[in-house]
Design a protein around this ligand. Structure first.
Ligand code: ZN
Length: 349
């Protein structure tokens, strides 16, 4: 089997945030024409058969920016971002996505599965805009419309910190996903607004109570864009068997996260980790979810990835491992792309 022919659509990457943080003079140019440090750029995606994915707009933690990218701070004496700055950072990342499209005819922002499939035929990189953590939308409800009009079709309402929508999930390893209170009243109202607009609601960074709150509120399939099996790696971010069952019952979707700390049984951040552990999570979750509701959620550019995988061009190794485990070609194609497109259709149509 020629794995070059197997297209890959991925549930989560942080390339837009990396572009925003980049100190390259023209990171958009580097992404399109050269090689930009990190896990993916246009040429490597094309080489890998990576036809598209969910690209996150993400507010990096203030402490991280202060330590590693102090030039991105608006005020060197500040102790946190203001709400206005949070909104600006997310709008700047949206602008980067739009600039990629303006400057390359081989990149497109997609708002439907038909769009994504057209991109595939035309050999364009399909960007589905996602927002990871919705702090930018917590004060000004009109901003949701601005981002929606620009193509945003997926939102993870919570990240690892407290917001007006809920309590952040921030627990040491090992830990159950039950880390405290769930969605706030405002968070629940926000989910309903997303559902009314048929926006994907991503539960990947929710604690367990917020997860079950979401199950109660949402009539649509439940999606965890980049999470793994808690039974194999007891990270609070990973999904219990009961959560996996609820996702299956909703005809939802899970994208497997390649971050070694979310894969390894000991939770260690150690890049010297064989990629078989990704296959172990795949096998385990497929037993619970079935073959329809599982795909990739790499977390490229936001994760510590196994040196064996290295970057987007290493994805063929995962395909080879699936072949070695006797996955059929049909099943491999579903995991690599089809399941994601079907899940998006179930929510967007
Ligand atoms: Zn994440």
């Amino acid at each position: 089997m020629n794995h070059e022919l197997i297209p890959i659509f991925d549930g989560h990457n942080d390339a837009l945030t990396r572009l925003w943080l980049s100190e390259d003079a023209d990171p958009v140019h580097a992404f399109i024409h050269q090689r930009l440090a990190g896990h993916l750029d246009l040429k490597r995606c094309q080489k890998a058969g990576f036809v598209g994915g969910m690209f996150a707009i993400f507010l990096p933690p203030f402490s991280y920016v202060k330590q590693h990218h102090p030039n991105k701070l608006f005020d060197q004496n500040a102790t946190d971002f203001t709400q206005q700055q949070i909104e600006q950072i997310c709008l700047e990342q949206l602008d980067l996505a739009q600039t990629l499209v303006q400057r390359s005819e081989n990149i497109k922002i997609c708002t439907s599965v038909a769009d994504i499939q057209r991109c595939h035929v035309q050999q364009k990189l399909a960007i589905v805009l996602h927002m990871e953590g919705a702090e930018a939308l917590q004060h000004n409800p009109d901003l949701l419309e601005v981002f929606y009009q620009a193509g945003l079709r997926s939102i993870g309402p919570l990240w690892n910190r407290q917001s007006r929508f809920g309590h952040g999930l921030n627990a040491k390893f090992p830990h159950s996903p039950d880390t405290g209170a769930g969605l706030t009243v405002e968070g629940k109202a926000f989910l309903k607004r997303c559902a009314n607009k048929k926006i994907v609601v991503d539960v990947s960074h929710m604690n367990e109570r917020a997860f079950w709150d979401s199950i109660d509120i949402l009539q649509q399939p439940i999606v965890a864009t980049h999470s793994n099996a808690h039974a194999l790696c007891p990270q609070a971010r990973n999904l219990t068997d009961a959560q996996l069952k609820a996702i299956r019952d909703s005809k939802g979707m899970v994208g497997i996260n390649f971050d070694v700390a979310f894969l390894r049984a000991d939770g260690q951040r150690n890049a010297d980790t064989p990629i078989d552990v990704i296959l172990d999570h795949l096998d385990y979750m497929m037993d619970r979810l079935g073959e329809e509701y599982i795909g990739f959620g790499s977390d490229f550019d936001g994760a510590l990835i196994s040196t064996e995988l290295e970057d987007v061009t290493g994805l063929h190794k995962l395909i080879e491992r699936m072949q070695q485990r006797d996955y059929s070609l049909k099943l491999i194609e579903k995991i690599c792309q089809r399941n994601w497109l079907d899940a998006l259709n179930r929510i967007w149509l």
